[in-house]
Design a protein around this ligand. Structure first.
Ligand SMILES: CSC[C@@H](O)[C@@H](O)C(=O)COP(=O)(O)O
Length: 348
């Protein structure tokens, strides 16, 4: 079985990832032939974005199973080795829950199946299902979310929640794509998203490729753009949504949400249900990844700050549920009160 999207390609033998660290200057690809290479690719952000790392880890799990199946003398030993595979893949990035969601789903498939014969096919099918379901979810989110946008609207987005952050199509950018496909004229303001510049590098690249009008701003311009009346709605993705509706997303999202509230602009979050974590009660319980200080002290590989300066570099922040106008999922648009309405999504 094979699958090819903008973000990843499963060849049946290996996983090929577009190297998102190099976009837009280069379009190069990295081939992972074993699960450790997949874990490194997630950790080093060759691939990034919550749904994308979930699907990538699922294929990493398949590669781990291939590696260990012939050297395991019993299914129990195989399960022990697969536990190591799962841990290695899980120990890459802590915030996006899709990673753990996908790995748990792969592990459950493995344990429920319970024997060697055809296990590799079963796991490969499950990884492909995870990937295809993500594409379908994004398109459904797009269809629901597009109803929130009017012809002529300008949407501000933060980070990259596009095709590259998912298996394909995108969450926040998927909503914008769907509105454009419906014939609405939608413009986008993209925050550059310091320090890693996902907005400047990836969102601007993706939207320009699609012919959607995009204006790049640095993060500190968002408030002024709102004050000037240039923004009609904000749409962002999410890395984890707690049971009470608090949203962890790329650092800077909280600042944008506060600004949107101040200016009476709706603040929407587009995320598949695989990003909703009912086991995490509130945003305070979400682990926030802290990344290498060099991301802040350097820009484009060049030092921009004094040697030895103190640095704080959280990769994500949490936007309080009260600042979120609605959450767009593949099962419909969810409005407050989130603690009741998010739960309902899983009951239906
Ligand atoms: C559809 S992806 C939504 C989020 O994963 C995205 O906004 C984000 O914060 C990605 O962070 P990153 O550190 O680039 O993996």
């Amino acid at each position: 079985m094979k699958l090819k999207t903008m973000t990843l390609e499963w060849t049946g033998e290996s996983l090929i990832l577009i190297d998102q660290r190099k976009i837009p200057l280069e379009e190069t690809y990295i081939e992972c032939t074993n699960y450790k290479e997949v874990a490194t690719a997630i950790k080093e952000m060759v691939v990034r974005g919550a749904p994308a790392i979930g699907a990538t880890a699922a294929f990493g799990f398949v590669l781990g199973a291939r590696e260990y199946i012939n050297t395991s003398s019993s299914f129990e030993i195989f399960l022990e080795k697969m536990n190591e595979v799962k841990e290695t893949l899980a120990n890459t990035r802590p915030t996006a829950v899709n990673l753990f969601w996908a790995l748990n789903r792969m592990e459950k498939t493995l344990k429920n199946y319970g024997y060697f014969e055809k296990i590799l096919e079963v796991l490969e099918n499950e990884a492909i299902n995870i990937a295809n379901e993500d594409i379908t979810a994004n398109k459904q989110m797009g269809a629901y979310g597009a109803s929130l946008l009017k012809d002529g609207d300008t949407v501000l987005t933060h980070c990259n929640a596009g095709a590259l952050a998912t298996v394909d199509y995108g969450t926040a950018l998927g909503v914008i794509r769907a509105a454009v496909e419906q014939g609405k004229k939608i413009k986008v303001f993209a925050d550059e998203t310091r320090p890693y510049l996902q907005g400047a590098r990836l969102t601007a690249w993706e939207l320009m490729k699609d012919g959607i009008e995009v204006t790049l701003i640095s993060d500190n311009m968002a408030g002024w753009a709102m004050k000037l009346g240039k923004i009609n709605a904000v749409i962002v993705g999410a890395d984890r949504i707690a049971a009470n509706g608090d949203v962890a997303n790329k650092i800077g999202t909280y600042m944008v949400a506060v600004l949107a509230k101040r200016h009476g602009i709706p603040f929407y979050v587009a995320a598949p249900t695989s990003t909703i974590d009912l086991n995490t009660p509130t945003g305070k319980d979400i682990p926030i990844e802290e990344r290498n200080h060099k991301e802040v002290t350097h820009c484009g590989g060049k030092r921009i700050a004094p040697e030895n300066v103190n640095v704080f570099n959280p990769a994500f922040d949490v936007t309080d549920a009260e600042l979120v106008t609605a959450i767009i999922t593949e099962k419909g648009i969810v409005y407050p009160p989130y603690n009741e309405n998010l739960k309902k999504l899983f009951e239906e």
